[in-house]
Design a protein around this ligand. Structure first.
Ligand SMILES: Cc1cc2nc3c(=O)[nH]c(=O)nc-3n(C[C@H](O)[C@H](O)[C@H](O)COP(=O)(O)OP(=O)(O)OC[C@H]3O[C@@H](n4cnc5c(N)ncnc54)[C@H](O)[C@@H]3O)c2cc1C
Ligand code: SF4
Length: 483
């Protein structure tokens, strides 16, 4: 049985990255005006309503999946939407980009018994797109305004989920982001062919309509100091994500056209949004007609190879030092990339970048997997005399991200961090060791998933509410825990 029976047309199947922003918006509206209710209802009706809903257990938000599937099968879509949105601030976004094969769908009992999973993510997207279409989704307008205010650093999914939850309770919420657009990696990391930017801006506009104040182009620690921000607000949430790209220590790494993954993806996303991107226009971040080598095996690497294909690359190779079974990225994504013509070179690691001024190739060594390290993963070791060269006009480094130095940036040496540089929090209250300063999303977990960022944002909002309520009541803050 096919795993996907819903006929959602991907905007990018009809539309290359380089269309202008207005045309994208029109296409987006047109495509999502054409739902396929019969397919959604058929999929939803396949749910066996099993006693222990493993899908729900393995969804980080513990979405009540069996209930909204049942309501969808019965055609009660508004109720299905109410259930789906009661635990998730962006169900249509999760429906598009959650790695469902590792979460809800991978644990569906039908999938486990080899009958093919219910396409939970697609139904979730269908329910919520219907809700948008029919005007069931409303801005967060609280029944009464509260005087207390919360400052949120970072407008990614963690910050946005927290902003919505807090605004619904009546707090004055301000979101500060150093980018010129709100959405974090939803806008500038994840490519448009996986997540149309209109789906993100629509959410941001809804929050702005509900009274959330957005301050774009404001980097906390530069344009506004962390101390001033704390003065302005009764509580602060740090949801800054992780952006320090890991590098490769190889000879030749300084050659031109060896690019960090996020630079490549941001350029592509900006171009799709209609921005001027000189580094794209001069060819250094445009894969068209070029031989592209991507180094890495995670989801970011998959986004790079698939973006390069869409930009019209001459060839796209992905070098990963472990084998297919041990790659960190979604296996579904690898299959998609293979279908699109990407060549995977497993068990290969770069030794040197070759070229004269600009990169012309990557000399790589074949690897074999040796003994397991402390984490249980087999360590890759080079096979002697196995070097080969992969020709390249652009090399993209996609080796993952670490946290930036927030203590330094915020001028707050007492802000406690873990040995990985992520923020230390009390996991019951989501508060850092600095009074009234909470943290959520990747800056706490390290590079993770949108659905976990939403979960953290919601948990942090509940804790901030408990903290501020206690403050008003004159109770000690230390006694406060999330509801
Ligand atoms: C290329 C790529 C593809 C991905 N694909 C997927 C996917 O398909 N599915 C999935 O579930 N997850 C995916 N992820 C992971 C997911 O995007 C992140 O886990 C998620 O966005 C984290 O949310 P966040 O709110 O913590 O941080 P972010 O989304 O990173 O948002 C943080 C925001 O904080 C802002 N900021 C940082 N510092 C400051 C400061 N000092 N002052 C003001 N603003 C600041 C940044 O500008 C940014 O807008 C992907 C990640 C990458 C890099
Ligand atoms: S939020 Fe993600 S994991 Fe949860 S039901 Fe939706 S698609 Fe599945």
């Amino acid at each position: 049985m096919p795993t996907s029976m819903l006929k959602f047309v991907s905007v990018d199947q009809r539309m290359p990255e380089k269309r202008d922003a207005e045309a994208r918006r029109r296409d987006f509206q047109e495509v999502y005006a054409r739902f396929d209710p019969a397919a959604a209802s058929e999929q939803a009706g396949r749910c066996s309503q099993c006693g222990i809903p493993f899908c729900q257990v393995h969804c980080p938000l513990h979405n009540n999946i069996p209930d909204w599937l049942m309501l969808t099968a019965e055609g009660r879509l508004e109720e299905a939407y109410e259930v789906a949105s009661s635990t998730n601030n962006m169900p249509e976004i999760c429906g598009r980009i959650c790695p469902q094969d590792r979460l809800c769908e991978g644990n569906c009992v039908l999938e486990q018994s080899r009958h093919g999973t219910v396409t939970i993510g697609s139904v979730e997207k269908y329910i919520t797109e219907t809700a948008w279409d029919r005007g069931w989704i409303r801005p967060p307008r609280p029944p009464r305004e509260l005087e207390q205010s919360v400052g949120i650093i970072g407008g990614g999914p963690a910050g946005l989920a927290a902003a919505e939850q807090l605004r619904r309770k009546g707090y004055q919420v301000s979101v500060y982001d150093r980018y010129d657009r709100i959405g974090g990696l939803l806008i500038y990391g994840i490519p448009n062919f996986k997540l149309e930017k209109e789906a993100v801006t629509r959410r941001t506009e809804l929050l702005a309509d509900g009274g959330v104040d957005f301050h774009c182009g404001v980097e906390i620690g530069r344009e506004l100091s962390f101390a001033d921000l704390r003065q302005r607000h009764d509580a602060v949430l740090v949801a800054t994500g992780v952006y320090k790209a890991r590098d490769i220590a190889c000879p030749g790494v300084g050659l031109a056209n060896i690019q960090p993954a996020l630079d490549f993806l941001i350029a592509s996303n900006r171009k799709g949004l209609g921005d001027d991107v000189p580094a794209f226009d001069d060819g250094s971040l445009d894969a068209a007609d070029k031989r592209i080598v991507v180094i890495g095996g995670g989801d970011t690497a998959m986004d790079c190879v698939r973006t390069a294909v869409r930009q019209g690359a001459r060839s796209v190779k992905c070098l990963y030092r472990r084998n297919r079974a041990n790659m960190p990225g979604s296996h579904r994504e690898v299959s998609h990339a293979e279908e699109e013509g990407v060549e995977f070179v497993w068990l290969a690691a770069p030794e040197a970048f070759l070229g004269d001024g600009a990169v012309r190739g990557v000399r790589a060594a074949r690897m074999r997997l040796g003994v397991a390290d402390a984490t249980g993963r087999q360590t890759p070791q080079p096979v002697e005399g196995s070097s080969f060269t992969a020709e390249a006009d652009i090399v993209i480094k996609a080796l993952g991200f670490d946290p930036e130095d927030l203590q330094g940036l915020f001028g707050c040496a007492e802000l406690a961090t873990t040995r990985w540089g992520t923020l230390k929090i009390d996991h019951k209250t989501m508060m850092t060791n600095v009074d009234g300063v909470f943290a959520a999303g990747d800056i706490v977990r390290g590079a993770s998933l949108v659905v976990w960022a939403i979960r953290d944002g919601r948990d942090a909002a509940a804790s901030i509410h408990a903290y501020l309520s206690a403050k008003v009541a004159g109770e000690p803050a230390a006694a406060v825990a999330a509801e």
